[in-house]
Design a protein around this ligand. Structure first.
Ligand SMILES: Cc1cc2nc3c(=O)[nH]c(=O)nc-3n(C[C@H](O)[C@H](O)[C@H](O)COP(=O)(O)O)c2cc1C
Length: 446
């Protein structure tokens, strides 16, 4: 019985403390002013980058390198190793970033840090965890538009939004305009308040049917889908957003063109992952295209790709002038990254690492929600990827993961996890720092 497990584990592992849900939601303080004194070209509105410059040289390579030294960036086009970049020395002291609210249609988000949709990862329990730990918004995993699959167990789970804080946002994927319009209506009936169209997924299963990022190669079809979905959502007052890549390939980089057309067709916000479909997840995300899109449209633009630390978040905001940031892989195993970023953007200080016991508590609660959604058998198996991501970079994490992957019931999994964290907490009251997670290993931390 799962609740009994929860009680016994709570009592056993956290004497004197109850596993109530922590009040940890993150949001940025408002009212801060940016008084950046450097050169400007075009000033754009942005929640975090109030005086950010779209595609300006000032908010470009130099600042991203300075904000994120030691990293290879596409914008920089090289490896930034060795002595600190001299530009960093010229930067003005950190200034808090302002927080005008990010809006999607009528929905004002509590902040502009978004959880990326990740099929098989960002299910409702994980989205809720991220929201509690500082994300202002979370998109569902992609949901097929195919009518014959709408009642499947997988799709039904993905469209179960019970207890999810609003606005509930569902991403749909497909190739047929009328089917996509139906899918939008179907999901609105099931509680969706925002519909997102997937034009970013590079997976073969999706692309062989010309869905996901493959649609970027067929602009007329892509636009027909956008128009059909917008028309289906409009009577319900539901805004439509679009998530895409920079293009199909290096030579077919048409995000800007598609963004303009989508805005004209009534799309309320755009997310750009700074890679082409051809790249998959290889190489570094580039932000020039995001900056160019931001400069060209009036609707909110969300920057996505390789944002894996508060410093990188600030650098990407400065570089792109984007209205918001979307974070995917770096939140796996580290969902508190949202509040860390919010804290850094607001203060310039790095938040201390969370208490190890606190992390154990979040994970415990997450797993209970996870088992409740999937059932014990399937839940124990699918929880392994979340646990794996959470422990893999911690001392003893790999060895623990190997053992944990052999456990087949929820009680044993929870006990093992909490035992691991109890032991870790005795040596490290605060979670030892983990490295950025955006690498091939992160994709396989299951
Ligand atoms: C496991 C996994 C599943 C994903 N599923 C989706 C999806 O369902 N819909 C989508 O638009 N993008 C999906 N993506 C792409 C992410 O939303 C995001 O654009 C990408 O990971 C880059 O952001 P990041 O560097 O912050 O992870 C997925 C990515 C991963 C790693």
């Amino acid at each position: 019985m799962l609740p009994a497990v929860a009680t016994s584990i709570a009592g056993q592992n956290s004497p004197g403390s109850s596993l109530t849900r922590p009040n940890t939601a993150g949001s940025l303080p408002s009212g801060n002013k940016v008084a950046d004194t450097r050169l400007t070209t075009k000033t754009v509105e942005s929640p975090y980058c109030g005086s950010a410059r779209a595609a300006s040289s000032e908010c470009s390579h130099a600042s991203i390198e300075a904000d994120y030294p030691g990293r290879r960036t596409a914008a920089a086009g090289g490896t930034l190793a060795g002595p600190p970049n001299p530009v960093a020395i010229l930067l003005p002291p950190f200034e808090a970033v302002p927080s005008p609210r990010m809006k999607i249609g009528p929905h004002v988000l509590p902040n502009a840090l978004l959880v990326a949709p990740m099929a098989g990862v960002t299910d409702r329990p994980f989205r809720q965890l991220c929201r509690r730990l500082g994300a202002g918004y979370a998109l569902s995993e992609m949901v097929t538009s195919r009518r014959d699959l709408q009642q499947s167990r997988k799709t039904s789970r993905r469209t179960d939004h019970r207890g999810e804080p609003g606005p509930v946002a569902v991403q749909i994927v497909g190739v047929d305009p009328s089917e996509m319009a139906d899918a939008a209506r179907h999901n609105i009936d099931r509680g969706a308040e925002i519909i997102d169209i997937n034009m970013g997924c590079p997976a073969k299963k999706v692309c062989s049917a010309w869905a996901g990022s493959a649609l970027m190669r067929n602009e007329p079809l892509a636009l027909a889908i956008v128009e059909a979905v917008v028309a289906a959502c409009a009577p319900h007052g539901v805004p439509v957003t679009l998530k895409m890549r920079t293009g199909w390939s290096e030579r077919e980089r048409n995000a800007l063109q598609l963004a303009r057309a989508a805005e004209s067709a009534g799309v309320a916000a755009l997310t750009i992952h700074g890679r082409t479909r051809e790249q998959g997840y290889k190489g570094a995300a580039e932000y020039d295209t995001v900056a160019a899109v931001k400069a060209a449209v009036s609707i909110p633009v969300v920057a996505n790709g390789d944002i894996d630390s508060p410093h990188k978040a600030r650098a990407v905001l400065r570089r792109t002038g984007a209205d918001a940031l979307m974070i995917g892989r770096a939140a796996q195993g580290r969902p508190w990254i949202f509040r860390e970023i919010a804290h850094y953007l607001a203060t310039g200080d790095e938040a201390p690492a969370p208490a190890t016991a606190e992390v154990a508590q979040w994970l415990h609660e997450h797993l209970l929600d996870h088992y409740a959604l999937y059932g014990e058998d399937s839940g124990v198996r699918s929880a392994r990827k979340h646990i794996g991501c959470a422990v893999r970079a911690l001392p003893g994490g790999e060895a623990f993961r190997a053992v944990m992957n052999t456990l087949t019931d929820a009680d044993a999994q929870l006990r093992a996890l909490l035992g691991f964290f109890d032991e870790l907490a005795s040596r490290h009251p605060r979670l030892p720092r983990q490295d950025a997670a955006n690498d091939a290993q992160a994709l396989q931390c299951a």
